[in-house]
Design a protein around this ligand. Structure first.
Ligand SMILES: O=c1nc[nH]c2c1ncn2[C@H]1C[C@H](O)[C@@H](COP(=O)(O)OP(=O)(O)OP(=O)(O)O)O1
Ligand SMILES: [Mg+2]
Length: 202
């Protein structure tokens, strides 16, 4: 664990993820640097979140010769049989903006009744380390898709994703609050547990 603590690369160019993951590690006293925007893009051609997360982490670990952590995540909407899923970032097209993706989601769900708008965020976190087996951890967050966005925090589909028990969207939470419950924070916590287990076994 000490080894990666001092040298860990965040293999994502999504600034929303960078903020959340850096915040998560800062609470552990770790500083993690994100890959530069000029790093080569990894083609996300796998069929699962885990597959894409592993690919992103391993390609960046190889390119930079250091441990790399990647997140592949997305939104599964029950009324859409789990779509957009692994295609969440490209839902409205190859280089779609968050706003375009949110608009498409609202349009596709326009005729769906209040009781049928359940969904979940899924995150797969992969940690690739040169010469060691890659680790993968998962987290999910259940919620509900609104007909109109609320809030300005977070990124992606956050304004449309309601937490019914709080009557707040993810975009209405502070980063501390989001990291207290999010799919990504759960996956990161699980990853830390896996590293602690490794330490105990060695
Ligand atoms: O907490 C979240 N709050 C809102 N939306 C979210 C969240 N987590 C994932 N999402 C959405 C954003 C994007 O549409 C897709 C992730 O796609 P995904 O390929 O994993 O990320 P990305 O392309 O933005 O950055 P990168 O691949 O460099 O890590 O799911
Ligand atoms: Mg991506």
């Amino acid at each position: 664990m000490e080894q990666i603590q001092t040298k860990l690369l965040l293999a994502t160019k999504n600034q929303g993820k960078v903020k959340e993951i850096q915040h998560f590690f800062a609470e552990l006293g770790w500083h993690v640097e994100a890959v530069p925007q000029t790093a080569p893009d990894v083609t996300e051609d796998q069929e699962t979140f885990a597959g894409n997360a592993i690919k992103k982490a391993e390609e960046m670990a190889r390119a930079f010769h250091m441990p790399a952590l990647a997140d592949d995540s997305g939104l599964e909407v029950d009324a859409l049989q789990g779509r957009p899923g692994v295609y969440s970032a490209r839902y409205a097209g190859e280089h779609a903006s968050d706003q375009q993706n949110n608009e498409k989601l609202c349009a596709e769900l326009a005729s769906i009744s209040d009781g049928e708008r359940t969904a979940r965020f899924v995150s797969a976190i992969a940690l690739a380390r040169p010469g060691q087996e890659t680790l993968v951890a998962f987290g999910t967050l259940e919620g509900y898709i609104l007909t109109e966005g609320r809030g300005t925090g977070g990124f992606g589909y956050d304004p449309l994703f309601l937490l019914p028990e709080r009557d707040k969207t993810l975009a209405e939470l502070t980063i501390e609050e989001k990291n207290g419950i999010s799919h990504r924070a759960k996956a990161l916590t699980s990853m830390i547990e896996m590293l602690k287990m490794e330490d105990r076994q060695s």
